[in-house]
Write a protein that binds this ligand. Structure first.
Ligand code: OAD
Length: 254
């Protein structure tokens, strides 16, 4: 494994660039660090991470929402505003540019619930943890056909269905919940068949997303980690670049 410093190890960069150039399929697994330089806080960075200030059990679980729906709703409303104010950074743009210039060769699998990959123009994005800008019902709708959360929810904290009273919640995956099966299946397929996997801005602490890097390595892929700090899955990587998404990706994908 090669570790490159802030001024990246040029030999490692050349070897990664060559691997990308020769790859039929490039998978990119992104986490909160991908959007950090757009001003969206991560979860586990020691001082600035959201989980350093808030208890995920209160704010990212169904039990927490049932216990205090208004508090959880307001927290997500504030985060949603942050996402809407944020802009894609140089890392998002470099990925999207490469994907457009090499059609069909890159798939981004993201744990992020923001829409910055999409706004950068990334063509193929698999969202493992949902979409913070979208709503879903807290409980399964009893109406047939089911009420549409975006059409029948009336404003409130949280909004409520005007037909059946069901509460709306953010359409993100909370602790203890299943990932969307189709997204997970596609992500596993992409990991098992890629030639290169770039793992950008994730601590590797949350499964099953964290397992995708190992899956790619075992299938013979060149796994590259971009992260200014250690992650739990550094051991899966052939190359570790110690730097940020906005520094490293334009260099790797130029
Ligand atoms: P974490 O907050 O756990 O990890 C963020 C990682 O990004 C850390 O390893 C940082 O070192 C790194 N990082 C920070 N700034 C960076 C930068 N500018 N460029 C590159 N890397 C940087 O976030 P995730 O791994 O995404 O779940 O966390 C996984 C899941 O846990 C999230 O999807 C979220 C959370 O609970 C849901 O929202 C459902």
């Amino acid at each position: 494994m090669s570790a490159a410093g802030a001024a990246f190890d040029t030999e490692a960069v050349q070897r990664i660039r060559a691997a990308i150039a020769g790859a039929r399929s490039v998978a990119v697994l992104t986490g909160a660090g991908m959007s950090a330089e757009s001003g969206i806080p991560t979860f586990r960075d020691a001082l600035t991470g959201l989980w350093a200030k808030f208890d995920p059990q209160d704010l990212a679980s169904i039990e927490g929402f049932r216990a205090d729906p208004q508090r959880v709703w307001d927290w997500y409303a504030e985060r949603r505003q942050g996402v809407c104010r944020a802009e894609p950074n140089a890392g998002h743009r470099a990925l999207a540019r490469w994907a457009r210039e090499h059609p069909g060769r890159m798939c981004v699998v993201t744990q992020n619930v923001d829409d910055l990959h999409q706004r950068a123009g990334q063509p193929d994005v698999v969202r493992l943890h949902g979409d913070i800008l979208w709503l879903q019902w807290l409980d399964e709708c009893i109406e047939r056909p089911a009420c549409d959360a975006t059409a029948t929810a009336v404003p409130g904290r949280p909004p409520r269905c005007k037909r059946c009273g069901n509460l709306a919640r953010p359409a993100v995956v909370w602790f203890g919940e299943m990932l969307p099966p189709a997204a997970l299946e596609r992500a596993e397929q992409v990991a098992a068949s890629c030639d290169v996997m770039l793992v950008v801005g994730t601590s590797g602490a949350v499964w099953p997303a964290a397992g995708l890097a190992g899956r790619a390595r075992r299938a013979g892929s060149t796994v590259v980690i971009v992260n200014p700090h250690d992650s739990d899955i550094d051991g899966e990587a052939r190359f570790v670049l110690r730097g940020t998404a906005a520094q490293a990706l334009p260099l790797l994908l130029a």
